[in-house]
Design a protein around this ligand. Structure first.
Ligand code: C2O
Ligand code: CU
Length: 465
């Protein structure tokens, strides 16, 4: 194995953010190797190990790269089923989007695939397979990718990555039920064990007066925490990794796949503490705890604004936008898709035959080699679209669009911060508008990121020409 072709290994929980390996000249160079495989991990409070599916030796795994850095990432499939890697939120070429049968052939067990792209936007993103996701994601098969921007250098004294996930495990560490018809048809199946970076309410020591950035990501498939701080005040400075006009953090919902960067000034009193909470239930759940200790940070530079340089994304031309409707509804199976599913075995499809959800009344319960439904709509590269989503169901849906970063521009539920995103939570009976400029030609998935909803029908795609 050539020297430059190194296995990516994260080194312990404290070092979950890894540095990109330097690129040597030559085509065989890879910056990272991600090998999806079953590996035992020890979850807090469990008497035995959990057979997690991970991309590296530790969980969570975070890659740290530079904006516009050309990356070559080798995916090796050490699972017993086919897989791919989808780079959630990264506006990268269609052929790199990691959707089986749409952008590439699935990678067979023992096979590999080279992903090559240069991340165009700074921020917090993640990656996961796009097949059999109810199983894969509930076993932890996801990783984080942080894209650094030189414009952000020195803006914060410290940052912490907080990866939120519930594990559907029993006390002995073995898996509990990961899906049932009843829960897939409602809010999704919830895990018993709520973790942050694989721990129970981890504690961080922070120096008084620290300009702190919390990069929060929800990699769970069902839970929607309402983020809030107790003992300090924070601002949301980025949504789904993209800088926004800062707004006060107050019960901010973070649906599956969503990210929020929170900025705050650590209180100046040693001995003080503050916590990041999920305030969804009347008794808040402590997601992380911060204890103020040590030497205060120097006074100089403390008054710089706690904000990021503005996002640099294609600005929608709202005056000339084309309006598109997207109806989130209950599902009726498309007879053609179900017919196809009866004909082929598990190698050709990754889906359940259960159908509970739909988009524009069409249900697409999983990916398959052929038998793909018609697109939800045709779009032109460079044209602005306003997609109005209407949630006619009694459940919430975090809706994700591939390959595009959209602006959330309005909601029937009242004022919301205007912000960029790739996944947006649509509340029951809400009408919500997103706007974006049609991107690279290709078929771009749109689906709910409550993975049981996705895999039981709430999935489709736009065809951009
Ligand atoms: Cu993170 Cu198509 O999903
Ligand atoms: Cu949903």
């Amino acid at each position: 194995m050539p020297q430059s072709r190194r296995q990516f290994l994260a080194t312990g929980a404290a070092a979950i953010a890894a540095t990109a390996l330097p690129r040597a000249a030559g085509a065989a160079t890879v910056d990272f190797v991600l090998e999806a495989k079953e590996r035992p991990i020890q979850l807090p409070g469990c008497s035995g190990p959990t057979q997690a599916w991970t991309y590296g030796e530790t969980w969570p795994l975070a890659l740290r790269v530079k904006r516009h850095q050309p990356l070559t990432i080798e995916f090796r499939n050490g699972l017993k089923e086919h897989s791919t890697i989808h780079w959630h939120g990264l506006r990268i070429p269609h052929a790199m989007d990691g959707v089986p049968w749409i952008t590439q052939d699935p990678v067979k067990p023992g096979g590999n695939f080279i992903y090559a792209f240069a991340p165009p936007d700074p921020g917090l993103f993640f990656f996961h397979p796009h097949c059999d996701d109810v199983t894969a994601l509930s076993r932890g098969l996801a990783g984080v990718i942080i894209v650094e921007d030189p414009r952000e250098e020195g803006l914060f004294d410290r940052e912490e990555l907080l990866v939120l996930m519930d594990w559907r495990v029993k006390e002995d560490g073995s898996y509990d039920t990961i899906t049932t018809d009843k829960t897939a048809a409602r809010a999704g199946t919830f895990g018993r064990l709520r973790t942050t970076n694989g721990k129970l309410s981890p504690v961080y020591q922070v120096r008084p007066g620290t300009r702190l950035r919390l990069r929060c990501i929800n990699v769970d498939s069902s839970r929607i925490p309402l983020l809030d701080l107790a003992g300090a005040t924070g601002q949301v400075i980025a949504t789904d990794g993209n800088a926004c006009e800062p707004f006060p953090l107050a019960a901010w919902p973070l649906g599956p796949a969503m990210r929020a960067d929170i900025a705050l000034m650590v209180p100046d009193q040693p001995g003080a503490s503050f916590e990041l909470h999920d305030v969804w239930q009347s008794t808040p759940v402590v997601l992380a705890r911060f204890e103020v200790a040590g030497e205060p940070m120097p006074m100089a530079g403390r008054d710089r604004p706690l904000a990021l340089p503005p996002a640099e994304l294609p600005e929608p031309d709202l005056a000339n936008a084309v309006k598109v409707e997207l109806d989130l509804g209950a599902g009726l199976p498309d007879p053609a898709v179900l017919e196809f599913q009866k004909l082929f075995g598990a190698d050709e499809i990754c889906t359940t035959q259960r159908v509970f959800w739909s988009l524009n009344t069409k249900a697409w319960p999983g990916m398959s080699a052929t038998g793909k439904p018609e697109p939800l709509g045709l779009m032109q590269s460079g044209t602005t679209y306003v997609v109005e989503m209407f949630n006619g169901t009694p459940h919430r849906h975090p809706m994700h669009l591939h390959g595009h970063t959209f602006k959330v521009i309005g909601s029937s539920k009242g004022e919301q911060p205007v912000r960029w995103g790739d996944t947006v939570l649509v509340e029951p009976k809400e009408r919500l508008q997103i706007a974006f400029v049609g991107g690279e030609p290709g078929e771009w998935m749109v689906h709910c990121h409550i993975i049981e909803h996705q895999e039981t029908g709430m999935m489709g795609y736009y065809r951009v020409a």
